[in-house]
Design a protein around this ligand. Structure first.
Ligand SMILES: Cc1cc2nc3c(=O)[nH]c(=O)nc-3n(C[C@H](O)[C@H](O)[C@H](O)COP(=O)(O)O)c2cc1C
Length: 187
């Protein structure tokens, strides 16, 4: 069982990063092999609508997405974690998501049914407490999960957490993140 964590915050050891680490530890505790991708450290262009992927499901842009497509395809579960920036996921994460249009084209245009099914979880942290804080990002992640053939299985959405590392004052959230990893690894 391979669990891939996609860390969308530029803030290392920030709230998103700490929650994702707990989730990955939870998965490890159930015997899963885990890997964490820090999107901010990668060179990823946004989708440029060249539409080369409509021919063969492969993106024509050469950058750090090259190795990532296979990691996403090989994972049995994917945990996507992001801070909320302007009511959506981080720009860094959005670049990666936009490039998964190539996998969307494989599934929905080329009708390639070989993309293995996986489970997905979404972890998000925002500073404010608005009722609609996660509406937009949840739709984005659900649609991303469709492209990579992941079921939207688990979520942890934390409101009212702002300063770096402030999530440590919310031990229940850290425990919930750990439980998400355990559940993903058990299934
Ligand atoms: C550019 C930027 C935009 C933000 N936009 C929002 C927002 O729309 N809603 C919100 O509740 N918090 C917003 N925040 C606050 C972050 O979501 C919050 O500080 C979060 O805890 C950061 O998580 P991290 O430590 O994992 O990076 C924003 C922060 C930044 C830097």
């Amino acid at each position: 069982m391979k669990v891939l964590g996609i860390m969308g915050s530029p803030r290392i050891k920030g709230n998103t990063d700490l929650l994702l680490d707990e989730a990955l530890k939870g998965a490890q505790s159930r015997g899963a092999e885990t890997e964490k991708i820090i999107v901010d450290k990668l060179k990823i262009s946004p989708c440029r609508e060249y539409y080369g992927c409509l021919k063969d499901g492969k993106c024509v842009i050469r950058d750090d997405m090259d190795g990532l497509y296979q990691k996403i395809l090989d994972a049995d579960a994917v945990i996507v974690a992001s801070p909320i920036f302007f009511y959506t996921v981080s720009a860094q994460l959005m670049l990666l998501i936009s490039r998964c249009q190539a996998l969307w084209a494989r599934r929905y245009v080329l009708k390639n049914l070989d993309i293995p099914v996986k489970r997905g979880a979404f972890i998000a942290v925002g500073a404010t407490k608005g009722a609609k804080l996660f509406d937009g990002p949840k739709l984005t992640i659900k649609y991303f999960f469709q492209a990579i053939n992941a079921e939207y299985a688990e979520e942890l959405l934390m409101r009212g957490v702002d300063k770096k590392g402030e999530i440590k004052e919310h031990p229940a959230a850290l425990a919930d993140a750990c439980a998400i990893g355990q559940k993903l690894a058990a299934s």
